[in-house]
Design a protein around this ligand. Structure first.
Ligand SMILES: Cc1ncc(COP(=O)(O)O)c(C=O)c1O
Length: 431
């Protein structure tokens, strides 16, 4: 770090406030701890399993997509080459496949023109929040604890995030109504609620079907959008999947923020959004919200890598345009790991002093501990006990100090067992 002792050229306080926002720092801190303790068992990483990744798959997916261009879209060799090598359509080249996949897996009828392919779900969040933050009155509501990426995207567009309490049903609807009222009384405009309906990150909690219905009614009554982000929805116990908010929505209240990181692969950095709301333009014409968002995207990432989209497209085509079919092995592995984690916790801590929740899908479990599970505790756990986890306070607007998130997606049952033994040692030392 030869630059560390040099005179400063810029001051952090003269840069956008996001650079000193604790949310943006928390991601770096957690990555940095993981790098410093490479031999620790990590319950910290929210990564998917790597067990089914094969480099040869990438080549095959590309071939499958190219054949699709020729067979289904009647492309000639030059058009296939141009599609992959050139700048492309801002809204993407696999939007129609995504619309069909959502039809297969979710039973929804999606206009492909309402789909915008993005650079991960993270870009979808940024575009939607950028558009909804018209002026200083606009705020977004989010279930607390919430995914840090949402808070980070909001920080980048200067949009305050107002927390809504979670609950056994995933969301405290009375608190939501109170928050909307409070925000309005303060002269602000609640534009949307960010919500993860199934096996949320970090809480693992899901919204009940009744809560989903009420939420859609409230969205109409209070004129807010629902930003539905559901990367883990396919990883539930068999038959245990309530309908998505989008599939229940009859009033165009839902904007879908789509991640393919867990159902395809994070390395492609491909996500999408579905925004079928109608926007009245100043000249009286009507547009899809997706088109306004694509306009913003054209100045952020121009278009999503067509090569990366082609890889996703090939994977979708290979599995009959169903991600449920494509991820059957992952779903089984996450179920196995979740059971190993929950059984291992019960064997070691069945009599206390810690408690935990029992999500029926995904790969996050939250542990409540009788001490401050802060960043210093994580350092100690890593250095002295060789086990990493995520302090939950990083996901809360305020609080969460005695909770830790355990992620089991990228571990084997043997690693889970070893990690829990180490965690038991750490918890003993902290008691
Ligand atoms: C709830 C949630 N949304 C979005 C993402 C990120 O999605 P992407 O990798 O597609 O940007 C994650 C990743 O962990 C997540 O947990």
């Amino acid at each position: 770090m030869i630059w560390a002792s040099r005179d400063a050229d810029l001051h952090a306080l003269d840069l956008h406030p996001a650079v000193i926002d604790p949310t943006l720092r928390s991601m770096n801190f957690l990555n940095e701890v993981s790098h410093r303790f490479p031999d620790a068992v990590s319950f910290a990483a929210g990564r998917p399993t790597e067990d089914f990744y094969h480099v040869t798959d990438l080549h095959r997916y590309l071939d499958v997509f190219c054949s699709h261009l020729v067979d289904a879209r009647r492309a000639d060799t030059a058009q296939v080459r141009r599609t992959l090598f050139q700048y492309g359509r801002t809204k993407g080249i696999i939007h129609d496949l995504i619309a069909q996949q959502l039809g297969r897996d979710d039973g929804v009828d999606i206009d492909p023109e309402a789909v915008v392919m993005t650079v991960g779900c993270q870009e979808a969040m940024l575009l939607v929040l950028r558009a909804l933050r018209a002026d200083g009155r606009d705020v977004v509501l989010a279930v607390d604890p919430t995914y840090v990426g949402l808070r980070g995207a909001a920080a980048l567009v200067d949009m305050p995030v107002h927390p809504v309490r979670d609950g056994p049903d995933g969301l405290d609807l009375d608190d939501l109504v109170d928050r909307i009222g409070g925000v309005r009384r303060a002269g602000l405009r609640p534009r949307a609620l960010y919500v993860m309906p199934d096996f949320a990150n970090p809480s693992g909690v899901s919204l009940s079907e009744t809560t989903r219905r009420r939420l859609l009614d409230l969205a109409v009554e209070y004129d807010i959008l629902l930003l539905e982000d559901n990367p883990y929805g396919l990883f539930g116990d068999d038959g245990d999947r309530p309908p998505s908010l989008r599939s229940m929505d009859t009033a165009r209240r839902v904007v879908t923020l789509g991640s393919l990181a867990k159902t395809c692969l994070p390395g492609v950095r491909v996500g999408y959004l579905v925004a079928d709301q109608i926007v009245a333009a100043t000249d009286g014409s009507r547009h899809l919200f997706a088109d306004e968002l694509a306009r913003i995207k054209s100045m952020v990432t121009v278009n999503t890598s067509p090569i990366a989209q082609a890889i996703v497209g090939g994977r979708l085509l290979e599995h009959g345009l169903s991600l449920a079919a494509a991820t059957s092995r992952e779903t089984a592995l996450y179920r196995r790991n979740r059971r190993a984690l929950l059984t291992g916790l019960a064997e070691r801590f069945g009599t206390g002093p810690v408690t935990w929740n029992t999500p029926r899908g995904g790969y996050f479990v939250v542990l409540t501990v009788p001490f401050a599970a802060d960043d210093a505790a994580l350092e100690r756990s890593a250095a002295e006990h060789g086990v990493l986890w995520t302090p939950m306070h990083h996901f809360y607007a305020a609080g969460g100090m005695n909770q830790i998130r355990l992620a089991c997606g990228a571990l084997s049952p043997a690693e889970i067992d070893r990690g829990l033994d180490r965690l038991a040692g750490f918890l003993d030392a902290m008691s």
